[in-house]
Design a protein around this ligand. Structure first.
Ligand code: HEC
Ligand code: HEC
Length: 293
């Protein structure tokens, strides 16, 4: 996080101070399994946001990146990759709601608290709950969509199924069938055949997530967050929603497989390693030639 302060000399001293305070409270690398609530990422906040109060805080903490008019071109934006979000479009990556729809206020508050890993979007957990609600209320004034549309329908996430070899194998077959490997690579390294040519909705180059180095996601840390990500998709990016293809408990199979690709010890990776030790030769490689196992 302090990297942000170094790379952006013009950012005000108060912001750099806050960034350091924010990063001190949280281990950036999680060894072991991130579970619900780990790191205080999310917290229910039902306070009513006040846009006018939010404006002041926004100007102080957010405008340097997101711009006074919310268009994503604050004075620091030119140095930042990926670029700060343009709020005038009301297109958000992290939602609990279906692709193409607006996120809930709680979704936006979760993002503000959590920050966005692998980007310059800081964590704002130290800000009081009321201030977080005010900021979100103000962000929503930048696009007329919020005046005419309601937040979308939340994606339903059934209770997690047990972690079994069968579940992991079924998830592996889905990784093959739904061609996740085309972007994320056959081993999840983010180096699939389509990876180098991808752009986001603002024509900026964008890279698929590398599971083999990533412990957290832009939109969360838990198994349920992971389930939600491929069901909602990351709007404005080539990471589409798979809600039309993946139903109910099937999603957990994919989650269980994706967890085996990450560099963290999880129940999934422990089970998978021990299974592979005696069964690796039974697997067909993932990729264009294969139909999975
Ligand atoms: C140092 C620059 C920086 C500052 C300061 C900053 N942001 Fe961001 N913000 C970003 C970047 C970069 C992204 C896009 C990250 C990405 O797309 O992966 C982003 C994305 C977002 C998003 C979109 C998340 C989504 O789901 O698409 C929200 C909401 C947001 N910021 C809110 C805020 C608020 C509120 C503040 C002030 C309290 C703030 N940001 C301050 C850089 C910043
Ligand atoms: C067309 C290319 C493409 C395909 C196909 C694709 N993805 Fe992605 N995926 C991406 C890109 C690009 C990102 C990074 C988006 C970003 O950084 O904002 C991403 C990000 C992700 C993330 C991390 C999101 C986060 O919050 O950090 C997960 C998890 C993911 N993809 C899972 C999958 C799964 C599972 C499949 C198959 C069912 C799949 N993807 C198929 C391009 C793709």
């Amino acid at each position: 996080m302090s990297r942000v302060a170094y790379r952006i000399p013009s950012i005000t001293a108060s912001i750099s101070f806050l960034l350091i305070a924010a990063s001190a409270g949280v281990a950036q690398t999680i060894h072991g399994l991130p579970r619900e609530g780990r790191g205080g990422d999310t917290k229910v906040n039902t306070r009513v946001g006040r846009p006018a109060a939010g404006k002041q805080e926004y100007t102080r903490y957010c405008a340097g990146c997101h711009g006074d008019h919310g268009d994503g071109v604050g004075e620091n934006a030119q140095w930042i990759e990926p670029r700060p979000r343009d709020f005038t479009q009301a297109v958000f990556k992290c939602r609990s709601t279906l692709s193409g729809s607006l996120p809930t206020d709680q979704d936006l508050i979760n993002t503000v608290r959590r920050g966005i890993v692998n980007s310059n979007m800081p964590q704002w957990r130290p800000l009081p709950d009321q201030m977080q609600a005010d900021l979100v209320a103000y962000i929503k004034t930048f696009s007329p969509r919020w005046a005419t549309e309601k937040a979308g329908t939340p994606v339903e996430i059934p209770p997690e199924t047990p972690v079994t070899t069968e579940s992991i194998l079924a998830g592996r077959a889905m990784f093959q069938k739904f061609e996740c490997w085309k972007c994320h690579g056959t081993a999840g390294r983010g180096d699939g055949p389509s990876a180098s040519s991808l752009t986001d909705s603002k024509d900026q180059p964008i890279h698929p997530y590398d599971f083999t180095t990533g412990t957290r996601f832009k939109c969360g840390t838990t198994n349920a967050d992971l389930y939600r990500i491929f069901m909602t998709g990351l709007d404005g990016t080539p990471m589409a929603s798979f809600a039309d293809n993946i139903k109910g408990d099937q999603g957990w199979d994919l989650v269980h497989y994706l967890r085996t690709l990450q560099p963290i010890r999880t129940p999934e990776s422990i089970l998978w390693k021990s299974w592979l030790a005696t069964h690796a030769s039974e697997l067909k490689p993932i990729g264009p030639e294969s139909g999975g196992r």
